[in-house]
Each structure stands twice: as structure tokens, then as C-alpha cells.
Design a protein. Structure first.
Length: 261
């Protein structure tokens, strides 16, 4: 009987003000060819990075794509002008703008979760928020409300950790940073967990309640994670979950946000 993986968890607390923006020119009369990329999606999800519509990019620009499925759906593939897409089967990938392209993110209703795992990623996300809010209520703190942007960022990071085979707070090149579109005078925090879907191999899969309780109890027993969960200034959150390719682990990202004090 083989016991798999120990509980892995790390924390970061990021506080600050949203960064400034800038512009630049080519100078010297240099002409840079530009191309358009039109992005659409089928029912069952949306492309949150860079969004949907028609975008203009300079020749050779590498653009991050992130397709976020809705509850009850799964991402299937990118179709259309996919010649420069790095991985047409990954919801988090890149496209190189070497021409005018039209691409579509395709979603399918249902799940490819194997028998024995009787829950979805979105169910894990929802229960994590419930359990974290239960911990806050014990200390008379206000409950965290779910924010769509934070959820999208959290899902993107969990998928990125799976797709790029790493576990940590650093962002993979092209991934949106933790402070993406962070409002001025707010702070953000982030908790990560990598939870086995079963305690022993071979052995039964853990239930939804067991994997979520394992994650939140681990955070509460860690000083930094506990501080994020019980930070009075935080009032919004987003949770993103992704199964590993072999279904052996759940990668969980929870992002917190609130006014800086």
C-alpha cells in the first residue's frame, strides 16, 4: 500500500496599490505590422483572457488565452486558425499573432471526472468558501463574498500549476499576476493547497467534504494561511480548483481582497 503525497501548502500576503499604466512608441519611423485576432466561444463558458471580441496585436506578439468553463461544462479545445496556438487542448495557452486569426473556445456539457470522484471542481470551490466563512464567523468576522475576477484569477493559477507542473505563488510567463486589475488602496492575499484525492493508492477516493476540510484545516493550522483567512479587512474572495492530469491531486488557489488599512 502506497501513501501518496503529503499536504502541501504555502502562503503569501500581498498589499499595495494598483500599478500605473504607460504607453510607448516605436520611434525613428519604424513600422510594426499589426494583425487582428478575433476570439469567440461556444455556450458553456467564456474566454476571460484577453476577453472576447477582436483585438489588434503587433506582429509576433505572444498572447495568453484562458478559457473558463461555466458550472457543469468542460473545456474541449480551441478551433479555427489554430496554427500558432501552443496547445489547442489546454484552456490556458498562448497564440502568436503572425497573421489575422479567428479562433473559438469550445465547451461541452458534462464532466470527464473518473468514477469514484463524486464531485466537480466548482463544488470544491463553493465548499471551500463556505468552510472559510465558517471559520471567520467563529471570530465574529464578516463573511467573504465571491468576486468574479478573483475567481477567474484563482482558476487560471490552479490550471497553470497543473499545466506547467509546478506548485507555488509565482506566475507562469503570460499568466495574469496576483495584482491584476487590483483596485487602488486594496490588498490581496493568496492561499494555495495541493490535496490528494485519496489517502492511499490503491484505495477509495476521498469525499468532497473530506478534501475541502483537509485544505481548510491545513490552512488554519498554518500561521500565514490562518492570517489570510482571519484578516478583518478582507471582504471578497475567489477560489479556483483544478484536478491534476492523473486525478491524484486537487490544486486549490484562494485569493482574498479588501481595503488596505
Amino acid at each position: 500500500m502506497k501513501r501518496i503525497g503529503s499536504f502541501l501548502i504555502v502562503v503569501a500576503l500581498v498589499a499595495g496599490v494598483a500599478g500605473c499604466t504607460g504607453s510607448f512608441g516605436t520611434g525613428g519611423g519604424v513600422y510594426l505590422e499589426s494583425h487582428t485576432v478575433t476570439i469567440t466561444s461556444t455556450a458553456g463558458g467564456s474566454v476571460t483572457t484577453p476577453g472576447e471580441g477582436t483585438f489588434t496585436y503587433t506582429d509576433g506578439r505572444v498572447v495568453t488565452l484562458f478559457a473558463d468553463p461555466a458550472d457543469g461544462y468542460q473545456f474541449v479545445s480551441w478551433t479555427g486558425d489554430v496554427g500558432t496556438i501552443a496547445n489547442v487542448n489546454s484552456p490556458l495557452t498562448t497564440i502568436t499573432a503572425n497573421g489575422n486569426y479567428s479562433i473559438q473556445a469550445n465547451f461541452l456539457e458534462g464532466s470527464i471526472i473518473p468514477p469514484g470522484i463524486n464531485y466537480t471542481e466548482t463544488e470544491v470551490e463553493a465548499l471551500i468558501i463556505v468552510l472559510v466563512n465558517a471559520e471567520r464567523q467563529q471570530f465574529n468576522l464578516t463573511s467573504l463574498s465571491e468576486d468574479a475576477l478573483l475567481t477567474s484569477l484563482a482558476r487560471e493559477h490552479s490550471i497553470s500549476m497543473v499545466e506547467n507542473d509546478f506548485f507555488g505563488h509565482e506566475r507562469y510567463p503570460g499568466e495574469r499576476p496576483l495584482d491584476y486589475e487590483q483596485p487602488p488602496w486594496t490588498m490581496r492575499g493568496e492561499n494555495l493547497a495541493k490535496i490528494p484525492t485519496r489517502q492511499y493508492i490503491p484505495g477509495p477516493y476521498l469525499s468532497l467534504e473530506e478534501v475541502c476540510a483537509w485544505a481548510v484545516s491545513g490552512w488554519m493550522n498554518s500561521t500565514g494561511h490562518r492570517a489570510n483567512i482571519l484578516e478583518p479587512c478582507f471582504n471578497e474572495t475567489g477560489v479556483g480548483v483544478s484536478f491534476s492530469e492523473g486525478w491524484d491531486y486537487l490544486y486549490i488557489t484562494q485569493i482574498f481582497e479588501g481595503p488596505y488599512s
